[in-house]
Design a protein. Sequence first.
Length: 101
Amino acid sequence: MKITKALAIALALTTASIGMAHADDNHLERTAYQDPAVHQNLEKARTIIEAQGYQITDELEIDEKRGKLYVETEAIKNGKKYDIRLDYPSLKNLQAKLDRD
């Protein structure tokens, strides 16, 4: 019985911490979208991506991963689909991964 109670408490604490982390993620994204320069930054990101020879096929979005913000989109280059990511708001470190879908 004690083990079951301990597991239930551990599960509840884990679930609560995941929920809090998710809430923080949403907060970071909301903060980025409230930035007065967000539209200008997204247009700069579009220019940077296209200057590298990518044709953007999806909207640019700001997303959070592990406490960092990124501009993410999908694009095509040389007939191949890529998932594209840039650091936000610096718009540096362009990363392109072949899309496996």
